[in-house]
Design a protein around this ligand. Structure first.
Ligand code: CO8
Length: 259
């Protein structure tokens, strides 16, 4: 699929996906969401990619779902649009490799929601995050009611969603919504450095760890331990485990193959 609104650049196992619709501040209309769905489907099965960075062109990360497109939807169409976004964001959340959101500016509504489907969020000091939907007469509909509460706890999530108050990067850091805040010009370097520090490890072990964390978050502690045990056991059937431990014992750096 040719992308009108996405730019993908790969370098040394790290894919940078940039949403490129700056005139509408990278608002997500159904066309952009479909491109994202296709792009992340490709990334999932692309063995050359170890880590993905998602960012936006211009002064915005994503200023939300496209309000002009949503304004004329009926209830059934609204549900369909929500499902398209939810399926796409679930694909990102469950991607077989980590996704880092490099939040360069506005991350509002669907923009905050897509960042929540990523594993790690790094924000520029210029970022503004929030779920302003109730001010538009709708609820968050791309997973925000579920993921925001899981990420920062129900009380803070309810406060932000009910008041529709947008917050700056420093407050987002304080409440645990983002992992790190950096100056705008350092954002991509910081995201790239983190991606590289992940990519040098066993991609299989990282993949299994992601699976265990994500699945365990939806389960009770006993089930969580079973999930962890299963992922841990899988590692011992990999060449990466043999190489990682052999390299340690031989006092050298491991050379992982992702097998
Ligand atoms: N949708 C469509 N167009 C947008 C959006 C958007 N979300 N955000 C900005 N734009 C457009 C503006 O209309 C404007 O277009 P034009 O130049 O043609 O007038 C252009 O982008 C630039 O925007 P501004 O002039 O407003 O730029 P400012 O720097 O003055 O303001 C803001 C930036 C504060 C980000 C402002 O644009 C704004 O408040 N945007 C809307 C933010 C918002 O409310 N987002 C949430 C949308 S709802 C949502 O995401 C729901 C997700 C779940 C969907 C479920 C499906 C049913």
């Amino acid at each position: 699929m040719e992308y009108k609104f996405l730019i993908r650049e790969d370098n040394e196992g790290i894919a940078v996906v940039k949403i490129n619709k700056p005139k509408s501040l990278n608002a997500l209309d159904s066309e952009v969401v479909k491109e994202l769905h296709d792009c992340f489907t490709q990334l999932d099965s692309d063995e050359s990619v170890k880590v993905v960075i998602l960012t936006g062109e211009g002064k915005s990360f994503v200023a939300g779902a496209d309000i002009a497109e949503m304004s004329t939807l009926n209830a059934e169409e609204g549900g369909n649009f929500a499902k398209l976004g939810m399926d796409t964001f679930l694909l990102i959340e469950k991607l077989s490799k980590p996704v880092i959101a490099a939040i360069n500016g506005f991350a509002l509504g669907g923009g905050c929601e897509i960042s929540l489907s990523c594993d790690i969020r790094i924000a520029s000091t210029k970022a503004l995050l929030g779920q302003p939907e109730v001010g538009l007469g709708i609820t968050p509909g791309f997973g925000g009611t579920q993921r925001l509460a899981r990420a920062i706890g129900p009380a803070k999530a309810k406060e932000l969603i009910y008041t529709a108050r947008n917050i700056k990067a420093d407050e987002a850091l304080e409440i645990g919504l983002v992992n790190k805040v950096v100056e705008p010009e350092a954002l991509m370097d910081e995201a790239m450095a983190m991606a590289k520090s992940i990519a040098k490890n066993s991609t299989l072990a990282v993949k299994y760890a992601k699976k265990a964390i994500n699945a365990g978050l939806q389960a009770d502690i006993d089930t969580g331990m079973e999930i962890e045990k299963a992922q841990f056991a899988l590692c011992f059937a990999t060449e990466d485990q043999k190489e990682g431990m052999k390299a340690f014992l031989e006092k050298r750096k491991p050379e992982f193959t992702g097998k």
